[in-house]
Design a protein around this ligand. Structure first.
Ligand SMILES: *Cc1c(COP(=O)(O)O)cnc(C)c1O
Length: 457
């Protein structure tokens, strides 16, 4: 029984170990918000206070909380089939979802392997890539390349290709070393250098790396267009085009981690589509999660090509892909994902998002021009800017000040540049559900300005 705000907080702090959190901070400064219900853009706490979900609850929500269409689909599904194991059994939602996802890649990525979280999707892609080369008699191709500041999840395998010091350093002794190449993050351009020129400069470094190391490299993993956890670091699509060509040239798999940027977030259904590549040049592996179920249920998928699939198709069990997960292809989660795809089709969401992103950009001009705002940037429905501040915990102070303005914003502290030139910036970003209307945009921008004024006065 929940008997009130205070007691739920106390019970949560006693019994729940919260993610990405130094729990002791909650004893004094850091608020804990007990959410009772949510609707559209808004979260409501037990006292009826409300919070505007400007970051889609860690980037998962696409169409607002409590969406009637997704709710109805789940209510229908729960009376039919809640779950059945996927080994030796199948069901309509998982088959339909696989077919429809495949169609979204022009059937180039026609084989779907499911899990429940993003980190597992990364693990699956890494394992599949390695196992493909092993089945093809190239055991030596067993290392991976990632990008500086890349984020691919925090299980021990995924952390090996994640390059965010805060998440990685404590566990470094547990991790199998992967190579990192420079990030094409355009905030790192030299004076007078364009984002595109910098993208090519970074691709040149990758080219040198692959020339030397391709014989033992299984795959390169990348977050196309936006490295989200790195502080919404954005790059020019020319980089993706080069990466695709280099991976083909050097016989290295390309893993596109679109766990955060997939499903319309960047202005196309999948971010890699903006690389201007032919359908047949799609990534060898596409990892999806987060928005796939509209932010309702844990679900992830790795999609891959027939070439990869065929290398596992054999008489021997050990040549098959070995990865067992109890809830693989859960019918409820798949049904939520189908409802999400219905919404994309019925409402022409990609075109609508492009128009909406432009409105949001115009409404954010005052923010972009604020003297404390640096590196204002946008890619579709992700808008971000940096604030430089001496206080190392400025991001956390921004978060709590924003809550007082009814905004859920969670800035990311990140290091720009290397060695002597390195400096810490605090990246404030909007990554809202796509259903945000113009009044809500006005509210978001005006209150964000208030928070900046309040904290930097
Ligand atoms: C969030 C994220 C992951 C990890 O997903 P989880 O479901 O949190 O494990 C992996 N890659 C990217 C790009 C992400 O943003």
């Amino acid at each position: 029984m929940i008997t009130g705000n205070t007691s739920l907080l106390q019970r949560s702090l006693q019994a729940v170990w919260h993610p990405c959190t130094q729990m002791k901070l909650h004893a004094a400064q850091l608020p804990m918000i007990p959410v009772a219900r949510a609707e559209g853009m808004w979260l409501y706490d037990l006292d009826g206070k409300r919070y505007f979900d400007a970051i889609s609850s860690w980037w998962v929500n696409l169409f607002g909380h409590g969406h009637p269409g997704i709710n109805a689909a789940l209510k229908d599904q729960i009376d039919r089939l809640e779950h059945v194991m996927l080994a030796g059994f199948t069901h309509e939602p998982v088959v339909q979802l696989s077919e429809r996802l495949s169609a979204l890649t022009d059937h180039h990525l026609g084989h779907c392997f499911y899990a429940s979280d993003g980190a597992s999707a990364t693990e699956i892609a890494l394992k599949m890539s390695f196992h493909f080369w092993r089945n093809s008699g190239q055991q030596n191709k067993n290392t991976f390349v990632g990008l500086q500041n890349g984020y691919h999840g925090e299980t021990v395998g995924a952390l090996a290709v994640t390059d965010v010091a805060l998440f990685r350093d404590a566990y470094a002794p547990l991790l199998r070393q992967a190579a990192t190449v420079p990030s094409p993050d355009w905030r790192l351009t030299e004076a007078g250098e364009s984002a595109e020129a910098y993208a090519h400069r970074c691709a040149d470094v990758l080219e040198l790396y692959l020339q030397e190391h391709h014989a033992h490299t299984a795959a390169l993993i990348i977050e196309p267009l936006v490295q989200c956890a790195a502080g919404m670091a954005m790059h020019h699509p020319a980089y993706l085009r080069r990466v695709r060509a280099l991976c083909t040239q050097f016989d290295v798999h390309l893993i596109a981690d679109e766990i955060a940027v997939g499903f319309g977030r960047t202005g196309s259904m999948f971010a890699h589509e903006q690389a201007g590549i032919e359908p047949a040049e799609r990534p060898d592996f596409l990892c999806l999660s987060k928005g796939i179920s509209g932010g309702y249920l844990p679900l992830s998928v790795v999609m891959t090509t027939d070439t990869i699939y065929q290398a596992f198709y054999a008489d021997e069990v050990t040549r098959g892909f070995l990865h067992s997960h109890s809830y693989t292809g859960n019918p409820l989660a798949c049904r939520a994902a189908l409802a999400v795809l219905d919404l994309f089709e019925e409402n022409n969401v990609i075109a609508q998002n492009r128009a909406k992103a432009e409105v949001l950009r115009q409404k954010s001009l005052e923010l972009a021009q604020h003297p404390r705002v640096q590196n204002f940037r946008q890619q579709g429905m992700i808008l971000a800017f940096d604030i430089e501040h001496d206080d190392p915990v400025f991001s956390r102070r921004f978060y709590t000040a924003a809550l007082q303005q009814e905004l859920l914003l969670r800035p990311i502290a990140n290091q720009l540049g290397q060695d002597a030139k390195a400096r810490t910036v605090h990246t404030v970003y909007f990554m809202p559900p796509y259903v945000m209307n113009e009044d809500e945009m006005n509210l978001l921008v005006s209150r964000t300005l208030k928070v900046i004024e309040h904290l930097t006065r």
